[in-house]
Design a binder for this molecule. Structure first.
Ligand code: SF4
Ligand code: SF4
Length: 420
């Protein structure tokens, strides 16, 4: 009910329950100036569709200690961004726009659902339209547009890795139908270590007698990371292309070697008319492990890195652990930051193509922070199941001086070694 001035009785002083209240006791009815801040920066952000939740922050600070960028010395996290926005920062042109890896750890703890997974892509999309993008990210966008992959490799070479798989890898163009359409994705198709993982995966599927096929040169990037980095138009164009390609063939499920592709196909492709039963390769393989008859004792201690886009974003924590449990002679030692609380490798949300930019803003790469934690467990091998991680962590092993102490292997490589 509104309070009218004439209903208010002001007294010089009053005594309530024996306590004398000063002359200002009832002036609380008047408007008070709570801040002198220029909130135009905050208003500009919250007026963008998808970024409204930036304004819901009530500064409890729970997000700051869990933000991986902040942990690497980046002075970052939603609460810090909120305070700077209250004080006039223009996020649309500030470097803070590009530091978030969309790892989702802040959203996990935020009581107000301030959602950086929606805020960042929405504001970045505006920056992309203004061509105000860090140069190395822009190059990845252009490579994707021109070649169908962010590495800038020829589309004709996308299936070259199959030549050294040691088994036949069927192509959907020839096969037309299969139980599983394997969406390989860019890094497993082109990057040297990614190719080795794909070759191991092909041998596992063959041993399991899985009826599968790949798209080969017909496959193009899922573009989920480009979408989260603000290139929504590119994402939609490529999604429509991939959906049209899928729809040429008959299959029961899509299996993908990339959690980022999994995320796109589970959450975004249905909005564009592509509704598929899609799973990550660890989810597919975990229940099949007893069919592999693994005889080779690996005799190693391992630790496991949960990819943000398999774990927090898509809720799968146990499939990779069940695979590791089924490997003979493998002991798993968990890192302190694991499962829901896992630390980010720095590759998500466009971070894969922002290492140079980030080096000006953090004390150490996120991948270096993670590798140090893995080394502290005493493990021989850091096991991964996202194609961004193998290259990021192998570089970080070198740059932190841990060569010879820790190997980085994809989970498919370990299965393959146990089969040999
Ligand atoms: S956890 Fe949420 S409400 Fe709390 S400071 Fe961070 S963004 Fe704001
Ligand atoms: S999504 Fe991750 S990187 Fe981005 S602000 Fe939240 S915790 Fe930090």
């Amino acid at each position: 009910m509104p309070i009218h001035k004439k209903q208010i009785i002001e007294k010089e002083s009053a005594v309530v329950d024996g306590i004398e209240l000063g002359p200002d006791w009832n002036r609380m009815f008047e408007q008070r100036v709570l801040t002198d801040y220029d909130t135009s920066g905050l208003d500009k952000v919250t007026s963008v569709e998808g970024a409204e939740s930036m304004g819901w922050c009530y500064q409890c600070t729970q997000c700051i200690p869990v933000c991986p960028v902040n942990q690497a010395g980046g002075e970052y996290g939603p609460r810090k961004i909120f305070r700077q926005l209250q004080q006039g920062m223009d996020l649309f042109t500030d470097d803070d726009l590009w530091k978030c890896t969309t790892c989702m750890n802040c959203l996990r703890v935020c009581p107000k659902s301030v959602d950086m997974i929606k805020i960042m892509p929405a504001i970045r999309e505006e920056a992309v339209m203004e061509a105000d993008v860090p140069a190395e990210l822009q190059e990845a966008f252009e490579n994707t547009f021109e070649y169908g992959n962010p590495l800038g490799e020829s589309q004709r070479k996308r299936a070259d890795w199959i030549q050294n798989a040691g088994v036949e890898v069927p192509i959907m163009k020839d096969k037309k139908e299969a139980d599983y359409l394997w969406f390989v994705e860019c890094y497993p198709a082109y990057h040297g270590r990614g190719q080795e993982t794909s070759q191991a995966m092909a041998r596992i599927l063959t041993k399991l007698n899985v009826d599968f096929g790949i798209l080969g040169t017909e496959e193009k990037c899922s573009c989920d990371s480009q979408r989260l980095a603000g290139e929504v138009g590119l994402f939609e164009e490529f999604a429509e292309y991939n959906i049209a390609t899928f729809d040429k063939y008959k299959f029961k499920k899509i299996m993908t070697t990339d959690p980022h592709a999994l995320n796109a196909m589970k959450k975004k492709y249905p909005e564009l008319g592509g509704d598929y039963d899609v799973e990550h390769y660890t989810t597919m393989l975990a229940p099949m492990m007893d069919q592999l008859d693994l005889k080779n004792d690996l005799n190693i201690k391992v630790t496991f890195h949960d990819p943000c886009y398999l774990g927090r974003h898509n809720g799968e924590y146990m499939a990779p652990r069940n695979i590791i449990d089924a490997l003979p002679g493998v002991e798993l030692i968990e890192m302190g930051r694991c499962k829901e609380q896992s630390y980010c490798c720095g590759g998500g949300g466009g971070g894969m193509w922002l290492d140079g930019f980030m080096s000006d803003h953090v004390n150490e790469r996120l991948s270096e922070n993670r590798v140090r934690e893995a080394v502290e467990t005493g493990a021989d091998v850091l096991v991964v199941c996202c194609p961004y991680e193998i290259s990021r962590f192998e570089d970080a092993v070198k740059s932190t001086g841990n060569e010879g102490k820790l190997l980085v292997k994809d989970i498919a490589e370990l299965i393959d070694e146990a089969m040999a």
